[in-house]
Ligand binder design. Structure first.
Ligand code: ADP
Ligand code: MG
Length: 576
C-alpha cells in the first residue's frame, strides 16, 4: 500500500496478486513492461514466486508445466499486444495438452478501446481459440471473482488455458476494499471427483475377462490425474501388459515387468481389448485405427471428458469420470472376483519375444564406439548416468523419438516433452518450471533437458534465465547440425565456396558444430563440448554434481557426410 492511500484501499495490481495467491497460484512467469510491472511486484509481495523470462512463449510453457506438475495452474504475466500474442503459442500448447494455466495480460486503458492505442489488440477475442475461458473484468471490484473463475475453469472438467485481460489503467487505480466482491476459494480438482456408472464398470470387466490379448494404455491424463498407485495395483492384480504414451511414461516404471513399450507396434496391432486410461486416440496413438490397430479391437475408454468418448473409434465401454476413482472402482470388483489374466498365454510370449529382439538391435547401435557418436550411443551412456528420480525434459525430432525409447522414467510426471501439439521450443521453459518446483519442495531431483540442436534454438535465450536464478538444470544438446539431419563441417565449407548459401544450403541445415555450450558459459553456467563417450561421461558427471548453476553439454553426433553434389542433386526441384 502506498503511503498516500488510506489503509483500506487496494490497487488493481494488489487485487490481481492477492486473488491469485488466495486461489493457491504459487508461481508467476512473465516479462514485465508497461502496464504490468506493478502486477509482478504485487505478486512477489503477496508471496508468489516471480520468474522473469526472455520470451512470453517460454513463460507460458513454464506456467503450464507448473499446472501439470502440481495440479494447480501457474500464472503467466504478459504485456499487451505483441506480449500477449507471443504467449498464444504457450496457451495453445497447454490447451492441447489439457494442462491448466492462467494468463494475465495487460491491455488498453478502459476508455481507449479501439482508439489505436499503443499495442492495442483485440486480446479477449484473440485468446478464445487458445483457451477455455477469456474475459476482461469491467471494474476493480470484480477482479477477484473473475480470477477465481479463471483458476477454477483451468482445473475443472478437462483442464486447459484461461485468460484474464486487465485494462492498463486498472493496475494502479484504487478501490475501497469493502467494495470488492471477494471470491470463494476454488476446491482442488482432486477434491471433486466423479465416478463411472457401476453398470459400465461391470461391462468393462466382462469385456476384459473375455479378452485373449488385453492391453492397458496409460496416457498423460493418468499422470495428471495422479492415478499411479491405483493403476499399479490394477495392472499387477490383473496381470496385464501395459504400454505408456510418451508422457504416460513413469506412471508405472518403464522397467516394470509388465511394461511392453519395447514391443509397442506389435502390442497395438494385435491387442483385442484395450483399456485406455487418459489418452486420446489421436495421432500419438495412430487414431486407434488400422493399419496400426486391430480393426476389431474393443476399446474400454476411461476419460473425464464426455466429448472425447468415441473420437475416431466407438468405445465398447465408456467409463466417464476421474481415472484414479475409476481404477479404484475396477479394483473393488476385481478383488472380489479374484480374476487374473494368466501369465503363460501366447500373447505374453509373443510380446516378450519381440521385446528381446528389439533390445538386441538398439544394444548393437548403442555399443558402437565410432566418433562422431550416433544417437543410440549417446542415449545409452546418458541413461547409465542419470539418477532414477530425475525429471527428463525432451524435445526434438530424432532426439525425442529415440530418447523416449532409451531414457527410462521410474516416477510419474517425470517426463515433459513436445506433447500433443508436437511443439518445439517447450524444453527450456518446462525445465525452468520443474527446477522451481524442485527448489520449493526440496526434492533433490535433477532436471535434465535433452534437446535437439534445432529444438534448443527456439527458446535458447532462456539459458540466461536459468543462470540468473541459479537453477541447476542440465541441458544436453544432441547436435547433428540441423533439423532431422544436417551436414558435416567439411561439406558445409564446400557448399559455402560454391555460392550464396541461401540459395544452395539444404533448408534442414544449421551451422555445423555450433557452440551452444558457449551460450551457457556466456552467462556463467558450465559449458562442455563433447565428441566422445569419455567426454560425455566426465561432462555429465561434473554437471550432475553441481547444484549451484546450470550446465550445457554440446554433444556433437554424426551428421550426413554425403558429397555436396549428392546433396544438391537430391533436391527435388533442382534435380528437375
Ligand atoms: P497422451 O498424450 O498421453 O496420449 P492425451 O493428452 O491425448 O494423452 O489424453 C489425456 C486424456 O486424459 C484427455 O482426454 C483428458 O481429458 C483426460 N484426463 C485428464 N485428466 C484426467 C483425469 N483425472 N481422469 C480422467 N481423464 C483425465
Ligand atoms: Mg538436429
Amino acid at each position: 500500500v502506498s503511503p498516500h492511500s488510506s489503509m483500506d484501499e487496494v490497487t488493481g495490481a494488489q487485487l490481481i496478486a492477492e486473488s491469485l495467491k488466495a486461489q493457491k497460484v504459487e508461481y508467476m512467469f512473465g516479462i514485465v513492461g508497461v502496464p504490468v510491472i506493478e502486477v509482478a511486484m504485487a505478486a512477489q509481495a503477496a508471496g508468489i514466486r516471480y520468474v522473469g523470462m526472455r520470451n512470453e512463449q517460454a513463460a507460458c510453457y513454464a506456467a503450464s508445466a507448473i499446472g501439470y506438475l502440481t495440479g494447480r495452474p501457474g500464472s503467466c504475466l504478459v504485456v499487451s499486444g505483441p506480449g500477449l500474442i507471443h504467449a498464444l503459442g504457450g496457451m495453445a500448447n497447454a490447451n492441447m495438452n489439457c494442462w491448466p494455466v492462467v494468463v494475465i495480460g495487460g491491455s488498453t486503458d478502459q476508455n481507449l478501446e479501439t482508439a489505436g492505442a499503443f499495442q492495442e489488440f483485440p486480446q479477449v477475442e484473440a485468446c478464445r481459440l487458445y483457451s477455455k475461458f477469456s474475459a476482461r473484468p469491467s471494474s476493480l471490484e470484480v477482479i477477484p471473482s473473475v480470477i477465481e473463475k479463471a483458476v477454477r475453469t483451468s482445473m475443472y472438467g478437462r483442464p486447459g488455458a484461461c485468460y484474464v485481460d486487465i485494462a492498463g489503467d486498472m493496475v494502479n487505480a484504487k478501490v475501497d476494499r469493502s467494495k470488492v466482491r471477494f471470491a470463494i476459494i476454488s476446491l482442488s480438482f482432486y477434491d471433486i471427483v466423479f465416478l463411472a456408472h457401476h453398470g459400465a464398470i461391470t461391462e468393462a470387466l466382462s469385456a476384459l475377462r473375455a479378452a485373449k490379448k488385453p492391453l492397458v494404455i496409460i496416457g498423460k491424463g493418468a499422470a495428471y490425474g495422479r492415478a499411479e498407485t491405483a493403476l499399479r495395483e490394477f495392472v499387477e492384480i490383473a496381470g496385464l501388459p501395459f504400454l505408456p504414451t510418451p508422457m504416460g511414461k513413469g506412471v508405472l516404471p518403464d522397467d516394470h515387468p509388465n511394461c511392453v513399450a519395447a514391443a509397442r507396434s506389435r502390442a497395438l496391432l494385435q491387442a483385442d481389448v484395450v483399456l485406455l486410461f487418459g489418452a486420446r486416440l489421436n495421432w500419438i496413438l495412430h487414431f486407434g485405427l488400422p493399419p496400426r490397430f486391430n480393426p476389431n479391437v474393443k476399446i474400454i475408454q476411461v476419460d473425464l471428458c464426455a466429448e472425447e468418448m468415441g473420437n475416431n473409434v466407438s468405445p465398447a465401454v465408456a467409463l466417464l469420470g476421474d481415472i484414479n476413482a475409476i481404477v479404484i472402482q475396477l479394483l473393488e470388483v476385481l478383488r472380489k472376483d479374484d480374476w487374473k489374466y494368466p501369465s503363460d498365454t501366447e500373447w505374453w510370449s509373443t510380446l516378450k519375444d519381440k521385446i528381446v529382439a528389439n533390445a538386441k538391435i538398439s544394444k548393437a547401435l548403442a555399443l558402437q564406439s565410432t566418433v562422431p557418436m550416433n544417437y543410440y550411443t549417446v542415449f545409452h551412456h546418458v541413461s547409465q548416468l542419470l539418477p532414477h528420480d530425475c525429471i527428463i525434459v525432451s524435445e526434438g525430432a530424432n532426439t525425442m523419438d529415440i530418447g523416449r525409447t532409451m531414457l527410462n522414467n521410474r516416477l510419474p510426471r517425470h517426463r515433459l516433452d513436445a506433447g500433443t501439439f508436437g511443439t518445439m521450443g517447450v524444453g527450456l521453459g518446462f525445465a525452468i518450471a520443474a527446477a522451481c518446483v524442485e527448489r520449493s519442495e526440496h526434492s533433490n531431483q535433477r532436471i535434465v533437458c535433452v534437446e535437439g540442436d534445432s529444438a534448443f534454438g527456439f527458446s535458447g535465450m532462456e539459458v540466461e534465465t536459468m543462470c540468473r536464478y541459479n537453477l541447476p538444470v542440465v541441458i544436453i544438446v544432441v547436435n547433428n547440425n540441423g533439423i532431422y539431419n544436417g551436414v558435416d563441417a567439411e561439406t558445409w565449407k564446400e557448399m559455402a565456396k560454391m555460392g550464396d548459401l541461401t540459395s544452395i544450403a539444404p533448408p534442414v541445415t544449421l551451422l555445423p558444430e555450433a557452440r551452444y555450450d558457449e551460450v551457457m558459459t556466456a552467462f556463467g553456467g558450465r559449458g562442455f563440448l563433447v565428441r566422445t563417450v569419455e567426454e560425455l561421461h566426465s561432462a555429465l558427471q561434473l554437471s550432475l554434481s553441481d547444484w549451484e548453476r546450470p550446465s550445457l553439454l554440446n554433444v556433437l553426433i554424426e551428421a550426413e557426410n554425403r558429397s555436396v553434389f549428392t546433396w544438391l542433386s537430391s533436391h527435388p526441384y533442382r534435380a528437375a
